[in-house]
Design a protein around this ligand. Structure first.
Ligand code: ADP
Ligand code: MG
Length: 454
């Protein structure tokens, strides 16, 4: 097929989205946001960066992960080349322009809220109607009835979409209100930075000025006692002033470990609403909606095929559809059921799973290497423990949908960068060391089989 025009740009966009969800905002702004798509060649993607320094950093820290993600998305090995280019846009005019100043893409200035998350793009099924209605009521009348509000549910079920929809709605309809959206991770980092720079008064002021405070993923506060303490005061201040507070969490608050009871009480004092996995009809409606939004007609047969195979996670539903659309655009072919089956078979066989806990993975890996789960989670740095630990992190990251932050927490409170590093390390070893590659494959099979038998 010599005439095909290669265009890996859609895949690159998806890679960026996925990387963005695994790194801190600071990391993203400083590094990843400086990389832009430049050009595609046969099995090669060319990315532009503004300096040699950034090129080296991206090469050592991210190139391997980018390559792996591209394999996952396209099903083939695509060379990644990084070139240093002036920031003035030239010929190909990349979709993602090289940013001269650090600034998060697609987000308007001075807010972390993504404008694409709106109520009208949220598909309401029985699984989420309560959460949707509560969020809408809050957006229409902030601080009046449901306060505070805690939205909880598993990964990829729409928590961020809903909480940011509240923010977007209020910004649009009540522009006089000060809306602050942060993830608990951003809140933590800002707080630590403020202490380091002796700027806690400014930090507190920012939160005290909020009329609406939206905090995503509060489970991140586990084990962070001083940040919890700070959050507690922020909460009390705003709550007493009748300001609206909305939180999200990946599980019911009582199941979150290592958060002070008094803070848990605050979080759950108002209304608690859950997001459940969507049923088949809702999954189909979401897929219809997303394909329409992307201006792409996909047959019902294909949409039903995806909806049947991905049951627990809207993010994965969307990713499958994106993959098919990108494939179809790339080759200029209509998507038939055969093509969908062929393209998605790996995605489905490894469909990320929330019912699998990191603890159960640690047990299997520890058993396989004849060491104790305690050692895997512990601090020992002997070779006989470090490799199994890294393999367990890799397996956890590969077959579940837990973020590197969540996985780090389960591994004795390690940092997400440690998890990322381990994953990259094992990815490298899988290519170069047949023993590691065999062990990993064996473990993944063993864990998947054990699950299936349940
Ligand atoms: P969470 O924060 O719970 O992990 P997100 O809000 O990031 O999940 O949702 C993952 C993806 O799925 C997002 O792209 C979001 O737009 C989409 N999504 C989730 N639920 C719905 C829904 N009910 N309707 C439309 N899109 C949804
Ligand atoms: Mg989220």
């Amino acid at each position: 097929m010599p005439q095909e025009k290669w265009n890996y740009n859609p895949f690159w966009d998806e890679v960026v989205l996925r990387l963005q969800s695994t790194v801190s905002e600071q990391e993203y702004i400083t590094w990843l946001n400086r990389v832009s798509y430049a050009e595609s060649k046969h099995q090669k993607i060319i990315l532009a960066v503004p300096s040699l320094f950034i090129r080296d950093y991206i090469t050592t820290q991210y190139k391997q992960t980018i390559t792996e993600l591209l394999i996952e998305l396209t099903g083939e090995k695509i060379d990644v080349e990084l070139i240093v280019k002036e920031t003035s846009p030239k010929k190909e005019q990349p979709k993602v322009s090289v940013a001269p100043l650090p600034k998060v893409r697609t987000k308007p200035k001075d807010t972390n809220i993504n404008p694409i998350y709106r109520f009208d793009s949220f598909v309401v099924g029985d699984n989420c109607s309560f959460a949707y209605n509560a969020s809408m009521a809050i957006a229409k009348n902030p601080g009046v009835s449901y306060n505070p509000c805690l939205i909880y549910g598993g990964v990829g079920l729409g928590k961020t979409h809903l909480i940011q929809s509240i923010g977007n709605f209020i910004q649009q309809n009540s522009p006089e209100l000060q809306v602050v959206y942060v993830t608990a991770e951003m809140f933590t980092n800002e707080f630590i930075q403020a202490i380091g720079e002796e700027k806690t008064p400014q930090f507190r002021n920012k939160y005290r000025k909020a009329d609406v405070l939206l905090i995503d993923d509060i489970h991140f506060l586990q084990k962070k006692a001083s940040t919890q303490e700070e959050m507690f005061h922020v909460f009390n201040n705003l709550f007493e002033a009748n300001k609206q507070l909305v939180f999200t969490c990946d599980r019911p608050i009582e199941e979150v470990k290592d958060i002070a009871d008094r803070l848990k009480n605050r979080f759950s004092r108002g209304i608690n609403v859950d997001l459940l996995p969507p049923d088949f009809e809702t999954r189909l409606a979401i897929l219809r909606r997303k394909s329409n939004d992307k201006g792409f007609a996909v047959s019902s047969e294909v949409l039903e095929y995806i909806a049947k195979n991905i049951q627990t996670n809207v993010r994965d539903l969307e990713a499958s559809l994106t993959k098919l659309i990108a494939y179809s655009e790339l080759l200029n072919k209509e998507i038939t059921l055969d093509i969908a089956q062929e393209q998605l078979k790996n995605t489905f066989s490894l469909a990320k799973d929330q019912s699998l806990t990191i603890d159960s993975i640690i047990k299997v890996v520890a058993n396989y290497f004849n060491i104790s789960p305690y050692d895997i989670k512990g601090k020992k740095r002997t070779k006989s423990v470090v490799l199994p630990r890294q393999i367990a992190m890799y397996v956890g990251r590969t077959i579940t949908d837990y973020s590197t932050t969540e996985i780090g927490y389960e591994f004795g409170g390690r940092d997400h960068t440690t998890v990322m590093h381990s994953v990259q390390k094992i990815e490298g070893l899988i290519q170069s060391d047949i023993a590691v590659s065999n062990s990993v494959q064996h473990l993944i099979r063993q864990i998947s089989d054990a699950k299936r038998e349940k």
